[in-house]
Design a protein around this ligand. Structure first.
Ligand code: GAR
Length: 200
């Protein structure tokens, strides 16, 4: 059974769908949820789900990325994860940190990578006049939002979409895509997952 640590910064809806999927014949189990934001909504969610939580607040480490990542590394090493899932984790990780977990970190990003790395992905897709948007799960490498893509899901961009309405449509697909990718990845299969476009 693979051990999974989940890193969050916010509401933790992706974390929750991953945790809820890791039962029965799933090849992995959640062992720890770590937040870099002390009040993140996902912390209460993970406690309610019976998952151990930890907080590594980045704020006291202002200007000291190595210090923050060292503290994060300590917490993770104690949990001995085989896989780390970034699930709405909004800190950039350095090459040094990533190399310690190479091939074992996944991230979900709310765009059809390689388009729109970084922030404000939905506003950028709308501004560009894209007719299609979506989300990607990829392996994390030292370059931001750049590692091998393990799965994508697509949604239409509708004429009156705002960044919020598009984000909600994409998030519903994130909740299908990430569990499907983690299941496959934890069983040792890195063949990309392609979800069919939602109806309607
Ligand atoms: C999700 O939409 C995720 O794709 C995005 O943050 C949201 C977190 O929601 N991640 C990024 O933008 C990473 N750069 P959640 O906390 O409810 O899972």
């Amino acid at each position: 059974m693979k051990r999974v640590a989940l890193l969050i910064s916010g509401g933790g809806s992706n974390m929750e769908t991953l945790v809820r999927d890791m039962t029965g014949d799933h090849p992995a189990r959640p062992v720890l949820v770590v937040s870099n934001v002390p009040g993140a909504g996902g912390l209460a969610k993970s406690q309610a789900l019976g998952i151990k939580t930890a907080v590594v607040d980045h704020k006291p480490f202002k200007g000291d990325r190595a210090g923050f990542e060292g503290a994060l590394q300590d917490v993770l090493e104690q949990a001995r994860p085989d896989i780390i899932c970034l699930a709405g984790f909004m800190r950039i990780l350095t090459e040094r940190f990533v190399s310690q977990w190479e091939g074992r970190i996944l991230n979900i990003h709310p765009s059809l990578l390689p388009k729109y790395k970084g922030l404000n992905t939905h506003a950028r897709a709308i501004d560009a006049g894209d007719r299609e948007a979506g989300c990607s799960v990829h392996q994390v490498t030292a370059d931001l939002d750049d590692g091998p893509v393990l799965g994508q899901a697509r949604v239409p961009v509708l004429p009156n979409d705002t960044p919020d309405s598009l984000a909600a449509r994409v998030l519903a697909q994130e909740h299908l895509l990430y569990p499907a990718v983690l299941r496959r990845f934890a069983s040792g299969d890195t063949t990309p997952v392609r979800l069919p476009a939602p109806k309607g």
